[in-house]
Design a protein around this ligand. Structure first.
Ligand code: HEM
Ligand SMILES: *[C@@H]1O[C@H](CO)[C@@H](O)[C@H](O)[C@H]1NC(C)=O
Ligand SMILES: *[C@@H]1O[C@H](CO)[C@@H](O)[C@H](O)[C@H]1NC(C)=O
Ligand SMILES: CC(=O)N[C@H]1CO[C@H](CO)[C@@H](O)[C@@H]1O
Length: 342
C-alpha cells in the first residue's frame, strides 16, 4: 500500500510538471518561487493544516472548495477571502463556504507575515493550504507553481454567479467550464472533488422534490433516504449529507462508483455517468484511481494559473480579509476578519 501510494505521487508529480511547467513558467510562476524569500513557508503552512485536520478533517474539503471558488470567477487571487462591501462570500454560490477554513487561511497567512513580512500572497497561501489538506485526506500531492499576487477587489457578482450550479445538466456544465477555458476532461476530473465533504439539502432537493426525478436517474432507496433526511431540515440549512456516502472523509475515486450505483448526490454529479461525452472518462476513473489522481492534479494546476496576477499586478495583502488600501484607512481592520462573523 505505502509504496504504491509513493509511486502514485511520483507519477502525479511528473505528469503535472510535464504538462504544466511551460505555461506556468511563462507567467513567472514556479514551485520554488519563495525558496529564497521565505524558506519556512512550506513548514508553516503544513503544520497549521495538519493541526486543523486533526481537529476536524472537514477542513480538507472546505479548503478544496474555497480554492475552486477563489479561482473560477477571476483567477486565484484570494478575492474570495475579502470581507466587507461587495464580498464574494455574500453571493449565493459562496454562502456555504465554511468559515473555519476561511479563518484558517487568514491565520496561516498571519503566521507567514510574522516570519516573512510582505512576501507571500494570500492567493498562494490558499493554494498551499489546499495542497496540504488534499494530501492529508489521502489525495495526490500536487506540486503547484507559486508566485501569484492578490487581487485588489472582489470578483463582480456576474463572475461569481457564473460558478456552476448543482441543477446544471452536462451540456450546461460543459458550457460553464468552457467559458473558463476548461475542457470536458477537466469537468469530469474536477467534479471528483465531490469525493469528500458535504452538501446541504437545498443543493440536492431537486432530485426528489416535487417528484423523484428520473433525469438523471437516482437510486430509489437513495432518493427515499435523502427525502426523509431533508424532511427534517428545519430550519433550512441545518442538515448535511456526504457527497460520497462510501468514504465521506477520504479523497479517493469512490465518487465515480457512486455515480455508477446511482448514488451521486448532486444532479450535476449524476449526469456525468449518462452523457456520451463524459461517461467513458467517469467510468475509467471509477476503475483506476491513479488515472483519476493524475487527471485531477493536471486540471487543478491548470485552474490554478488561469487569469493569474503576477509581477507588479495586484498586491501582497497584509491581512487576507482586506485590501491594503482599506487596511491603512481603518485602524481596526482586523475586526472585519472572519473571526468576527463566525
Ligand atoms: C462541476 C460543477 C460543480 C458544481 C455544480 C458544484 C456544486 C457544489 C455544491 C452545490 C456543493 C454543496 C454546497 C452545499 O450545499 O453546502 C459543493 C460542495 C463541494 N464542492 Fe463543488 N461543485 C462543482 C465543482 C467543484 C470543483 C471543481 C471543486 C474543486 C476542485 C469542488 C469542490 C467541492 C467540495 C470539496 C465540496 C464540499 C465542501 C465542504 O464539505 O465544505 N466542486 N459543490
Ligand atoms: C462600504 O460602503 C459604504 C457606502 O458606500 C461606505 O460608506 C463604507 O465606508 C464602505 N465600507 C468599507 C469597509 O469599504
Ligand atoms: C458561457 O458564455 C456565454 C457567452 O458569454 C453565455 O451566454 C453562457 O450563458 C455561458 N454559459 C454558462 C453555462 O454560464
Ligand atoms: C445553495 C444555496 O445556498 N442557495 C442560496 C444562495 O443564496 C441565495 C440568496 O443569496 C438563496 O436564495 C439561495 O437559496
Amino acid at each position: 500500500m505505502k509504496s504504491s501510494r509513493a509511486a502514485a505521487t511520483i507519477v502525479v508529480l511528473a505528469l503535472a510538471f510535464a504538462v504544466h511547467s511551460s505555461p506556468a513558467a511563462a507567467k513567472g510562476l514556479s514551485p520554488d518561487f519563495y525558496a529564497m524569500s521565505c524558506p519556512q513557508l512550506g513548514q508553516i503552512v503544513r503544520s497549521h493544516v495538519a493541526k486543523a485536520f486533526r481537529r476536524d478533517p472537514g477542513v480538507a474539503p472546505a479548503l478544496v472548495r474555497i480554492f475552486f471558488h477563489d479561482c473560477f470567477p477571476q483567477g486565484c487571487d484570494a478575492s474570495v477571502l475579502l470581507t466587507g462591501n461587495n464580498s464574494e462570500q455574500a453571493l449565493g454560490p459562496n454562502l456555504t463556504l465554511r468559515p473555519m477554513a476561511l479563518k484558517l487561511i487568514d491565520d496561516i497567512h498571519a503566521g507567514v507575515e510574522a516570519t516573512c513580512p510582505r512576501t507571500v500572497s494570500c492567493a498562494d497561501v490558499t493554494v498551499l493550504a489546499t495542497r496540504d489538506a488534499l494530501l492529508q485526506a489521502g489525495g495526490p500531492y500536487i506540486d503547484f507553481p507559486l508566485g501569484r499576487r492578490d487581487g485588489l477587489t472582489p470578483a463582480s457578482a456576474d463572475l461569481v454567479l457564473a460558478l456552476p450550479a448543482p441543477s446544471f445538466d452536462v451540456p450546461t456544465l460543459i458550457s460553464s467550464f468552457g467559458n473558463r477555458s476548461l475542457g470536458v476532461a477537466d469537468l469530469v476530473a474536477l467534479s471528483g472533488a465531490h469525493t469528500f465533504g458535504v452538501a446541504h439539502c437545498p443543493s440536492f432537493s431537486d432530485r426528489f422534490m416535487p417528484i423523484i426525478d428520473a433525469n438523471p436517474a437516482i437510486g430509489p432507496k437513495f432518493a427515499k433516504m435523502l427525502q426523509a433526511k431533508c424532511a427534517k431540515d428545519i430550519p433550512e440549512g441545518t442538515v448535511t449529507q456526504a457527497l460520497d456516502g462510501l468514504t465521506p472523509k477520504v479523497f479517493d475515486n469512490l465518487y465515480y462508483t457512486d455515480l455508477i450505483t446511482r448514488r451521486g448526490l448532486l444532479k450535476s454529479d449524476q449526469g456525468l455517468i449518462d452523457h456520451p461525452d463524459t461517461k467513458g472518462m467517469a467510468t475509467q476513473f471509477a476503475l483506476n484511481q491513479l488515472v483519476f489522481f493524475n487527471e485531477f492534479a493536471h486540471s487543478m494546476v491548470k485552474m490554478s494559473y488561469m487569469d493569474v496576477l503576477t509581477g507588479s499586478q495586484g498586491e501582497i495583502r497584509r491581512n487576507c480579509a482586506v485590501p491594503n488600501t482599506r487596511a491603512e484607512g481603518i485602524e481596526t481592520a482586523g475586526d472585519e476578519g472572519h473571526a468576527a462573523n463566525m
